[in-house]
Design a protein around this ligand. Structure first.
Ligand code: NDP
Length: 286
């Protein structure tokens, strides 16, 4: 039932203006007739401490953290969930008041959202996975895919040190084998790769005519090819993979699934992924 004082959730980031999460959360809250709101806030780094304090003071249920707060927010929290602790970054904070005193727990649902969108087309269990990129999204995806039972995770990254660091993390903190592969021109994707993921910014608006430098002839048509880029969702990389005969997965699925997980953490309810997806398709004019 609606009141004049809804439960509050939201997001802290800068810049916040291009983030569509508020639109899909509000559409799904309304669809479920939940008296919740999601407030998208522009928060520069020097204001993060006050923003977290404000959310606690105003009784918020929790919030998302996006660039540049995913690591910085950790010092304000009381604890971390398993994968957030391994990844070393938080995109979702849950404020629990069940014991009277607010307790803030950090979760990382980026990778969980990716795995949830992947499962209907391929179970990561027993798979050899290649990830392009070693930034926040790549790190979160690598850890979750490893925790979901992948045999090996190969990290391909322009900057070797960063790629090696993510490979070492997988190798040391999960049961999967982690290795780094230098990004040589026209990258040859190793034989036996079951899942290939672009977790770089390449292809993101306004550079939507670009794609990662991969020799598509080396990609087996049986490979599932995924892209994290959401704008545009039908990237040149995914089009090339589809032309090769591969099953493709766009970044909207990851976005929707992590929003569903976040909503469950905050409200205890399962919201509609279809409503969220429809809202994104409306926004992107699909
Ligand atoms: P980061 O800045 O942390 O990492 C960017 C990565 O992309 C690095 O590995 C970087 O390589 C690589 N990269 C960027 N430009 C190039 C280039 N020209 N050539 C080769 N490599 C390049 O960003 P995030 O990990 O946070 O985000 C990556 C993408 O994931 C973004 O497009 C973001 O929007 C998307 N995303 C999507 C989500 C979803 O729900 N669908 C959720 C979260 C993120 P290097 O280390 O060499 O600099």
């Amino acid at each position: 039932m609606r009141t004049f004082c809804p439960d509050l959730t939201g997001s802290f980031s800068t810049s916040a203006a291009q983030n569509p999460t508020v639109a899909i959360m509000e559409a799904a809250f309304a669809d479920a007739d939940l008296d919740y709101r999601y407030v998208n806030c522009e928060v520069p780094p020097e204001n993060l401490t006050d923003a977290v304090r404000g959310a606690v003071a105003m009784g918020w249920r929790g919030f998302n953290c996006s660039i540049p707060h995913k690591v910085a927010v950790i010092e304000h929290l009381d604890g971390l969930a398993e994968s957030a602790a391994i990844i070393g970054a938080v995109n979702t904070v849950v404020i629990d008041r069940s014991n009277g005193t607010p307790r803030l727990t950090g979760e990382n649902t980026d990778g969980q959202g990716f795995v949830a969108s992947l499962r209907p087309v391929r179970d990561p269990q027993g798979q050899h996975v290649v990830i392009l990129g070693a930034g926040g999204a790549a790190r979160a995806i690598a850890v979750e895919v490893a925790l979901a039972g992948a045999l090996s995770i190969t990290i391909v990254n322009r900057t070797p040190d960063k790629g090696q660091a993510v490979a070492d993390l997988i190798d040391s903190r999960t049961a999967a084998a982690g290795r780094y592969l230098p990004w040589t021109p026209s990258l040859h994707v190793p034989h036996g790769t079951g899942i290939l993921i672009n977790a770089t910014n390449i292809g993101f608006h306004p550079y939507e005519d670009q794609m990662p430098d991969v020799d598509m002839e080396s990609v087996d048509p049986g490979t599932v090819v995924a892209d994290v880029v959401v704008n545009p969702p039908h990237t040149v990389f995914l089009q090339a993979a589809a032309n090769r005969g591969c099953t493709t997965l766009d970044g909207l699925g990851m976005l929707v699934n992590q929003a569903l997980i976040n909503a469950r953490l905050w409200t205890g309810r399962d919201l509609s992924g279809a409503v969220m997806r429809r809202e994104l398709e409306r926004i992107f004019g699909l």
